[in-house]
Design a protein around this ligand. Structure first.
Ligand code: SF4
Length: 183
């Protein structure tokens, strides 16, 4: 029986807690950087800030051994398919952190050469604002992501959470107002 097939109830809740703890405590980022934000990411891994305190000292050279993509820097149209390919090659479950305004929204590069947000290419779990975000900010975003991973539901709990999120999104304004306008 896989993790996702455990029946609802006490057993599943216990497995969720354990899996969440193990996953958050062993995130391995994939090694790549796209622009100036990557310098701050490298600084976060060096001795002064020392990401290894959070179980992350190993930036993997192969996406197949990584489960966290830190998109550090603007994504050019030319790099977009490469970023997607790296994401596709990462092992499941996997998470994406969009670092800096350029990766999150295109930033000040409002032009045809830059993808206006990496969420056009890969699903983003957490956005980090700033230009560039300091290493402390990156570590703070990673700790917030740790909490997301710790609290992530599994199996039937995940299905129920997805349904609740979808219902909330449909109810949210301005979508519900737009549906009313279209009627
Ligand atoms: S957010 Fe600022 S530091 Fe980061 S890639 Fe864009 S311009 Fe460079």
């Amino acid at each position: 029986m896989g993790l996702e097939e455990a029946p609802s109830g006490f057993l599943l809740t216990t497995i969720e807690d354990l899996a969440g703890y193990l996953r958050k405590a062993s995130l391995w980022p994939v090694t790549f950087g796209l622009a100036c934000c990557a310098i701050e990411m490298m600084a976060a891994g060096a001795s002064r800030f020392d990401l290894s305190r959070f179980g992350m000292e190993v930036f993997r050279a192969s996406p197949r051994q990584a489960d966290l993509m830190i998109v550090a820097g603007r994504v050019s149209q030319k790099m977009a398919p490469v970023v997607r390919q790296v994401y596709d090659q990462m092992s499941e479950p996997k998470w994406v952190l969009s670092m800096g305004v350029c990766a999150s929204s295109g930033g000040m590069f409002n032009n045809y050469a830059i993808v206006q947000g990496v969420d056009h290419i890969v699903p983003v779990d957490i956005y980090l604002p700033g230009c560039p975000p300091r290493p402390e900010m990156l570590i703070n975003a990673i700790l917030a992501l740790h909490q997301q991973i710790q609290d992530a539901p599994l199996g039937v709990n995940r299905v129920e959470a997805a349904k609740a999120a979808e219902a909330a999104a449909i109810e949210a304004t301005p979508t519900s107002q737009m549906i009313g306008l279209l009627r």
